[in-house]
Design a protein around this ligand. Structure first.
Ligand code: GLU
Length: 551
């Protein structure tokens, strides 16, 4: 067979060679240990939390080594594509602060010298590489119809044989040039297949960056490399793209592990050095006592849009994912309270082999710490941004008086022991409802261990003693004075020593006042709340509480 003639017959429109593309896309000039990684999603729907996880890991591995992180869109399967698929992916990545160096950095703009970064725009490149394989006698056209292929499949199933186009099943492997030409001239559609060089009794071995050494049987199937429309299959596009883009480390979901024999074979047959591979186990969740993969269909938290809607701070979600990736992140966080997550050094070999367990309660805890580490201004900015999108009423209330809202977010935000009551912005409404009349349901309910009469006495007396300019300790001294005046203990200690001598203590006074002003028995620092609400509002609430006592 004259393979050059066959290559010309099939690819007369391709005049570039692999060497030409190697000139167009020269080797990158990067420091020796710099890693080039990529996230290569198909625009088939929302960005999955597992996708964000994989992208984050690839981004970290690239950037912590001084390398590059690429976003490549793998849109070779037009049937599965959804509208705005690229936007959805980008929105997810950018929203969570995953920074992209090359490829799609914006909805409609690509940057970088190794593009285009969308596979549907790279058809001639794949065809050039396919042509080289044909020239070497390593790929051939296959004219088998769907019916023929399914008959083969049935036979293989019945005989319990490896499914696929291989060995004696690979009928088109041995077509002559004239037979091929005749079919092409007759307008018969065909795919291009790799003429696999694998043998049934041989194994390949490779070292996975996460899973360690893996051995698998060689690929013996003549897999399709170009579909009948000239568009490559995932396998072939991966090999060509990651070679030309200079990817050093392919980090992807472990559903691709079984394709490794095909990928390594393709690199080998093209005479190219393969990248290093690392396969990430899927994120799991607990379900009915067992563990299962987070599922696109069953779990709302599978979509990254969920975290945006709920208002989890992006940094918190990323911190949590880093926690899932490396157990050492927790120690890093303890030792470096204020460091940005990007200062953590992620290690591939510390990643779990079996998949981290995703837990929304733990996520919320991590996010509480994240929010606690922010300034009140930052909380204000992020919470209003969220509310603008998802809670109009809250947005209006928060922005009505920015200073008021910032002061509110500043309650108990001291650096030593900040209060941790918000994990996500959707919790702001409830956590601070007492700060806004529109949200405050002020029906006063008396505290159990204080009589209504005493409660009334306390509230009325407080109105007289109230000095809105008092600092925190003077404010509390006033409560002590008040307690003493009505026969309650000034100090809790004093009360505990001799409980029969008093109806209660200063803590009861502050409780009554807290419930009157905030409607709850637990709140941030009451003195700050009262100062921010202002005397008029506080008196109004105290009066309402007095009348609710009904005596
Ligand atoms: N397009 C593939 C996917 O969405 C990418 C796999 C890879 O990273 O190589 O799963």
């Amino acid at each position: 067979m004259d393979y050059n003639a066959l290559a010309e017959l099939l690819f007369s429109h391709i005049d570039k060679t692999m060497a030409d593309y190697e000139t167009i896309y020269p080797k990158r000039e990067l420091p020796e240990d710099a890693k080039v990684t990529r996230f290569a999603p198909s625009p088939t729907g929302f960005l999955h939390i597992g996708g964000l996880f994989a992208a984050l890991i690839s981004e970290r591995i690239a950037h912590q080594s001084g390398g590059k992180f690429i976003l490549r869109i793998e849109d070779t399967d037009k049937k599965r594509e959804v509208e705005n698929g690229v936007e959805k992916i980008l929105e997810g990545l950018i929203g969570f602060g995953v920074s992209i160096d090359e490829g799609f950095v914006d909805f409609d703009s690509q940057v970088g010298d190794y593009g285009p970064y969308m596979q549907s725009q790279r058809a001639p490149i794949y065809q050039c590489f396919a042509k080289e394989l044909v020239k070497k006698g390593m790929a051939y056209p296959c004219f088998c119809t769907e019916d023929e292929l399914s008959a083969t499949r049935e036979k293989q199933e019945a005989e319990k044989l490896l499914p696929g186009y291989w060995g004696s099943f690979a009928k088109c492997r041995n077509l002559t040039f004239d037979e091929i030409k005749e079919k092409i001239d007759a307008g018969m559609p065909y795919v291009l297949r790799l003429k696999s060089c694998g043998s049934e009794d041989k194994k390949i071995a490779f070292k996975d960056g996460i899973k360690g050494k893996i051995e698998m049987p060689e690929n013996i199937v003549d897999v399709v490399i170009l579909k009948s429309d000239g568009i490559p299959t995932y396998h072939f596009a991966h090999v060509v793209d990651d070679y030309l883009m200079g990817t050093t480390n392919v980090i992807r979901g472990d559903e691709w592990i079984s394709s490794i024999p095909i990928h390594l074979q393709m690199f080998y047959m093209l005479g190219l050095k393969p990248p290093k591979y690392a396969h990430i186990a899927p994120i799991m969740k607990e379900d009915e006592g067992g563990k299962r993969k987070i599922s696109k269909r069953k779990d709302p938290e599978a979509a990254v849009t969920y975290y945006d809607e709920e208002g989890y701070p992006a940094d918190g979600v990323i911190e949590y994912l880093l926690n899932l990736a490396n157990y050492t992140f927790e120690d890093f966080r303890k030792a470096n309270k204020n460091a940005h997550w990007s200062e953590f050094k992620l290690e591939m070999n510390k990643m779990s082999n079996s998949g981290g367990l995703f837990d929304l309660v733990k996520l919320n805890d991590v996010c509480k710490n994240t929010v606690a580490s922010y300034t009140a201004e930052k909380v204000y900015d992020l919470a209003t941004k969220w509310a603008q999108k998802y809670d109009n009423e809250l947005y209006t209330l928060l922005t009505r008086n920015k200073d008021f809202s910032v002061a509110m977010f500043n309650f108990d935000r001291n650096p030593d022991k900040p209060r941790k009551d918000i994990g996500k912005w959707s919790e702001v409404r409830d956590a601070f409802a007492f700060m806004f009349d529109e949200l405050f349901d002020g029906q006063y309910e008396n505290v159990e261990n204080v009589s209504k009469e005493d409660a009334k006495k306390m509230l009325e007396l407080y109105k007289e003693m109230y000095d809105e300019t008092a600092d925190n300790s003077t404010w509390f001294n006033t409560l002590k004075d008040l307690a003493e005046k009505i026969g309650f203990a000034r100090e809790v200690k004093e009360y505990k020593k001799n409980p029969d001598a008093f109806p209660g203590h200063v803590g009861d006074v502050s409780n009554i006042l807290r419930v009157a002003v905030t409607g709850r028995t637990k709140s941030p620092d009451l003195c700050s709340i009262m100062k921010t609400l202002g005397k008029e509002k506080v008196i109004e609430r105290i009066d309402k509480a007095i009348s609710a006592l009904g005596i």
